[in-house]
Design a protein around this ligand. Structure first.
Ligand SMILES: Nc1ncnc2c1ncn2[C@@H]1O[C@H](COP(=O)(O)OP(=O)(O)O)[C@@H](O)[C@H]1O
Ligand SMILES: [Mg+2]
Length: 496
């Protein structure tokens, strides 16, 4: 049987005496695929080994690359890249190279790659050569196959589940991409590079790690053996242009009237808790709420990874710190919030309240730092209250339940609920006020609710933000700030 070789028999059967009928000019028989060694040969004339894909060509004639051919081309390019890469590693000192600026490194690398390609006599088109240069630069400088995804502004999250599976989220919808890593080792390498940049390490001994990219994107890595199918890497991309409240109105995440109520609540220094699930838009909304803070106020923000972008001039930004490699030096959110109180803040903003810092934030809210804000992970306003209660209880504060609830009820004025709906859209579903206590129970009153009304032909959810007709408890505050008329109008209520 000396027909066409297939991949399986390749390793066991002897190589047939006849040369392979492969049309590609560079036969990738070994990882280092070199054409005939012809040191004296003049530079190859401009080859055209790749059929050009003319995007403007009519549909009937366009698909003249069959998938097998495309696969061979890709394999050939990949082999060439591997060969060039290993030559490059021998030729340059990466340590020295990394001292240059990224643009200089790119320039240096493309010069050297050009030389290597000539020396090795590879037959490559200009585009192919550029593609190899780009991929090698991405491997050396950045995050390899993730670079094209990181460069896109429309992606909210990148989720890597092992070397072969990369999902992205755009417009609230999750989709699989065709991005792949060479193997799990390359993926692990990239994870390692991300976390060492923030002075941490990820390996079998410490397989879970949070980090941040240079651009501020938040990263979580969980490595094997905990992640069974290869390292799982999750990136929440940092958006340079944060959404504003008016964008949320344009997206119909909130009605113009409800947005006005939120802006008034922020302006007249209500203490606000933003509640929602992961990726529901809590941090975005918190950022929106800070738009309405007066420029003169002293604001202190506490976050696990700085995401908020306040426009005001007088802001102190604080960030927690994980323990170092020896397991010491951790600074928790509670440490930060406690320290805030000694920094003469006017407003304290806590990115995410998830532990005993809840107690300190409530204390701050109750002791004259009105206008403080935070987010909490909960599915509705009532649950947000019990989450805060649980966080305090877990923190070991020996407070009777009733006293604890009284603290909460007097500290928090407004809870805003954010939700990511099943069609991928994000909506503000509740604007709810904490009105006080009745017996042992915290009393809430909704001011605005999002009412579901069905879905359209594209399965997009339809609904409306409706005022409930309740008169807000913060009416008097609004009056004090001269915003009573605006509030009445937004709530469609008579002004008195
Ligand atoms: N109302 C919205 N409409 C569209 N996209 C939104 C909206 N709110 C947030 N996003 C986007 O959703 C992603 C997650 O938002 P984020 O505020 O970080 O969520 P959370 O803090 O709840 O995890 C971000 O990319 C953000 O830009
Ligand atoms: Mg968040």
């Amino acid at each position: 049987m000396f027909g066409r070789r297939n991949a399986q028999s390749d390793t066991v059967s002897k190589a047939p005496p006849t040369p392979e009928p492969t049309p590609a000019p560079v036969a990738p028989s070994t990882p280092v695929s070199v054409a005939e060694p012809a040191p004296e040969a003049p530079p190859a004339p401009e080859p055209a080994p790749l059929p050009e894909i003319d995007e403007d060509a009519p549909q009937e004639t366009a698909p003249d690359i069959d998938p097998d051919e495309q696969k061979r081309i890709n394999e050939r390019l990949n082999d060439a890249k591997v060969a060039v890469f290993s030559d490059l590693l021998e030729a340059v000192d990466l340590g020295e190279l990394s001292k240059l600026l990224p643009d200089q490194i790119r320039e240096e690398i493309s010069d050297m790659v050009g030389e290597i390609i000539i020396m090795r006599n590879f037959v490559l088109g200009v585009d192919e050569q550029q593609q190899i240069i780009n991929e090698i630069c991405d491997d050396i400088l950045g995050l390899g196959p993730l670079e094209p995804l990181l460069a896109r502004d429309d992606i909210a999250d990148i989720m890597v589940n092992g070397a072969d599976t990369v999902y992205i989220e755009t417009d609230g919808k999750i989709e699989l991409t065709d991005v792949k890593f060479r193997d799990n080792a390359q993926l692990m390498n990239i994870c390692q590079r991300i976390v060492t940049a923030v002075g941490r390490r990820v390996d079998e001994a410490s397989p879970i790690c949070d980090a941040r990219l240079m651009d501020g994107s938040r990263v979580n890595v969980i490595a094997p053996p905990l992640a069974i199918d290869g390292a799982a890497l999750t990136i929440r991309k940092f958006k340079k242009d944060k959404l504003r409240l008016r964008d949320l109105v344009a997206f119909k995440s909130i009605s113009p009237e409800a947005a006005t109520v939120l802006s008034i609540a922020s302006q007249c220094r209500c203490n606000i808790l933003i509640s929602g699930g992961t990726g529901s838009g809590k941090t975005t909304l918190l950022n929106c709420m800070t738009e309405f803070i007066e420029p003169g106020e002293r604001i202190i923000t506490c976050e696990d990874a700085a995401e908020l972008q306040l426009q005001q001039p007088h802001v102190v930004r604080l960030e927690t710190r994980p323990p170092n490699l020896e397991g010491i030096g951790e600074i928790t959110m509670r440490d930060l919030v406690k320290n805030c109180l000694r920094m003469r803040p006017e407003r304290i903003i806590v990115g995410e309240v998830r532990g005993p810092e809840a107690f300190d934030l409530l204390q701050a809210m109750n002791t004259g730092h009105d206008g403080s804000m935070g987010t909490v992970h909960a599915n509705n306003p009532r649950e947000a209250i019990s989450r805060v209660e649980n966080m305090i209880a877990m923190g070991g504060f020996n407070l009777p339940a009733k006293a604890m609830r009284e603290q909460i009820a007097s500290a928090i004025h407004i809870i805003i609920q954010a939700q990511r709906l099943r069609d991928g859209s994000r909506r503000i579903t509740h604007i709810t006020e904490v009105v006080g206590m009745e017996g042992d129970v915290v009393i809430l009153q909704d001011l605005f609710l999002y009412e579901f009304m069905g879905e359209d032909e594209n399965n997009n959810i339809l609904g409306e933000h409706r005022p409930t007709g309740m008169r807000p408890k913060f009416w008097d505050k609004a009056r004090y700030y001269g915003l009573e008329g605006k509030l009445a109008e937004a709530l469609q209520m008579p002004e008195n």
